[in-house]
Design a protein around this ligand. Structure first.
Ligand code: PBG
Length: 319
């Protein structure tokens, strides 16, 4: 077996999996403050002002990234999360600004969920202490239309309500946004590894947890059913999340689905790696490369990762 490992050229010739900045989507948090604020648990990641977000989008385009994924962090939250679909809210404004900067050099995606916008931090409307599925789905569809109107290419529902992909597709088509694609967070488990994100988005649930809507991480077969349902409802891209913890699910999804598959390398996975790098325990560029290749090898076409820009600038030698 070692004959094919003798030189870099030989190894490159027989390499089975390739990785390009074009496969990567960089998640970005945009807030209404007038300065960008670093997120303590995610070294290198900040809640950005609109202006700094636009600068980052410029860099992302220059580095050849496939896209950016926008998360709005509003300064006002309420019971139903109404800032999510406010056409003058932070989410819609950040989509317009990113679209303006990016032109068609990269894809602009937006997370569709209510948890960043609700005062209680849950992903949907609370009725008698429970998350109401159908009331939430209506608001998500309205939110998706608002983002399509602002110029987004892809809406990415991350709420885990039932039937939301069908409802979002119907609403988009009704408003003539037939070309707005849906990337569904299909197999998304209730994970401790979203902790740093919740600091970033200020979306920690005020009571209870997300286990009545996000999947039990013990269930791989259920993940396939979730993906099938979203595929049947018209999702264009299916996502597995978290990434490192669900490589088995990603591999199985690759065998079953011909849809483009995305994987979300989540905040806690990012923070773990960064912490080890800071401690001097891991070599960052080698660790990140190996991590991203593992997602590709398992079957991901698209990787959402906070490492995207640093990685792409490193391989393209942009400083
Ligand atoms: C919103 C959402 C979350 C993430 C993406 N969209 C948080 C959650 O579900 O609690 C997590 C991303 C990350 O941890 O990097 N629902």
């Amino acid at each position: 077996m070692r004959r094919l490992r003798t030189s870099p050229a030989m190894r490159s010739l027989v390499r089975e999996t390739n990785l390009s900045p074009a496969n990567l989507i960089l998640p970005l948090f945009v807030h209404e403050g007038d300065t960008s604020v670093p997120i303590e648990a995610m070294p290198g990641v900040s809640r950005l002002t609109l202006c700094d977000m636009q600068r980052t989008v410029e860099r992302a385009a220059a580095a050849g990234l496939g896209g950016v994924m926008l998360f709005g962090v509003p300064s006002v939250k309420d019971e139903t999360g109404s800032e999510a679909w406010n056409p003058c809210g932070i989410a819609a404004r950040s989509i317009e600004a990113a679209r303006q900067t990016a032109g068609d050099t990269l894809v602009v995606a937006a997370d569709v969920c209510l948890c960043e916008y609700t005062s209680h931090g849950h992903c949907g409307v609370v009725e008698s202490g429970a998350i109401s599925n159908d009331a939430t789905v209506k608001l998500l569809a309205q939110t998706a239309v608002c983002y399509a109107n602002a110029g987004v290419d892809i809406v990415a529902p991350s709420d885990m309500m039932d039937g939301r992909v069908a409802e979002i597709r119907k609403a988009l088509d009704r408003e003539t946004f037939v070309n707005t694609a849906i990337m569904a967070y299909s197999a998304k488990t209730a994970s401790a590894f979203y902790g740093p994100f919740r600091e970033a988005a200020g979306s920690t649930p005020a009571f209870g947890d997300r286990r009545t809507y996000q999947m039990d991480a013990a269930n791989g077969r259920e993940a396939m059913r979730e993906m099938q349902v979203d595929a049947d409802e018209g999702a264009d891209i299916l996502m597995v999340k978290p990434g490192l913890l669900c490589l088995d699910i990603l591999g199985e999804a690759r065998r079953r689905f011909d849809h483009p598959l995305a994987v979300y390398n989540v905040s806690g996975e990012y923070s773990m790696l960064k912490a080890a790098v800071r401690a001097g325990w891991l070599d960052e560029s080698r660790a990140v490369e190996e991590l991203l290749v593992a997602f590709r090898r398992a079957g991901a076409d698209i990787i959402l990762t906070y490492h995207a820009l640093e990685y792409a600038e490193r391989v393209r030698n942009i400083h």
